[in-house]
Design a protein around this ligand. Structure first.
Ligand code: ADP
Ligand code: MG
Length: 240
């Protein structure tokens, strides 16, 4: 579904991604771990071209998205993204937040968009919140709405950038639970997280990034159970 070849990203003279090769298969859950500043967010943002790669190639569903003639918007519709900060529209209700992009971008009929939004609210367990405003929601509820909003575009892959890092500890579980359900339903997902228990349980593959490179990757058992690289061992010894 996604194939990244020799991706480099510079910010000014600083090389942030130093040659990333990565493949994500349909239905796969890839979890990216690694220290702060290692380039995890930059990698995720390059995948949906929120950042322009400096060099290298990214293909999505068999088509290069890094060629000039590619229409970025077509790809973005098929890649849902959830951020640490929920970025909900404060002056719109929960239902309006979820329906906005399907109405504006997908030109869905109002009744169709509403039906899908209500179903998604049920999926994230918040059907009773459809008419409230984001300010009336807890952090965990906001993030579940942000996930529903991304899903409303019926994306083929979901990218998560530390979706639980801004939450109070007691709200982390409810968001991870929604993500786990998505994974079980077969959604293709790339997840940056510091939740190692979740990574181990839900990830099909773990990537450990440090200093702009993928240092090591493998199944959760391989990476958590017997890390090969000294940098992986060092990182895991600090977070586990
Ligand atoms: P991570 O998500 O692993 O913490 P990031 O991808 O956010 O890492 O950042 C990697 C490095 O790139 C950091 O040193 C950060 O300061 C730098 N960086 C990220 N975004 C920008 C930007 N827009 N301009 C300049 N430097 C950036
Ligand atoms: Mg980050």
């Amino acid at each position: 579904m996604i194939a990244v070849k020799n991706l480099h990203k510079y910010f000014g003279k600083l090389e942030i991604l130093k040659g990333i090769d990565l493949e994500v298969k349909k239905g796969e859950v890839v979890v990216v771990i690694g220290p702060s500043g290692s380039g995890k967010s930059t990698l995720l943002r390059c995948l949906n071209l929120l950042e322009q790669p400096t060099s290298g190639e990214i293909a999505f569903e068999g088509h290069s998205i890094t060629t000039k003639k590619h229409d970025i918007n077509v790809t973005r519709e098929k890649m849902g993204m959830v951020f640490q900060q929920f970025n909900l529209f404060p002056h719109k209700t929960v239902l309006q937040n979820i329906m906005l992009a399907p109405l504006k971008v997908k030109k869905q009929q109002h009744s169709e968009a509403e039906k899908i939004a209500v179903e998604l609210l049920r999926t994230v367990g918040l059907e009773d919140k459809k008419d409230v405003y984001p300010a009336q929601l807890s952090g965990g509820q906001k993030q579940r709405i942000a996930i529903a909003r991304a899903l409303a575009m019926q994306p083929h892959v979901m990218l998560f950038d530390e979706p639980t890092s801004a939450l109070d500890p007691e709200m982390v579980g409810e968001v991870l639970e929604v993500m786990k359900k998505l994974a079980e339903a077969g959604m293709t997902m790339v997840i940056v997280t510091h939740e190692m228990g979740f990574a181990r349980e839900v990830g099909d593959r773990i990537l450990f990034m440090d200093d702009g490179v993928i240092v090591e990757q493998g199944t959760p058992t391989e990476v958590f159970g017997s890390p090969k690289h000294v940098r992986t061992k060092d990182f895991l010894s600090k977070v586990l």
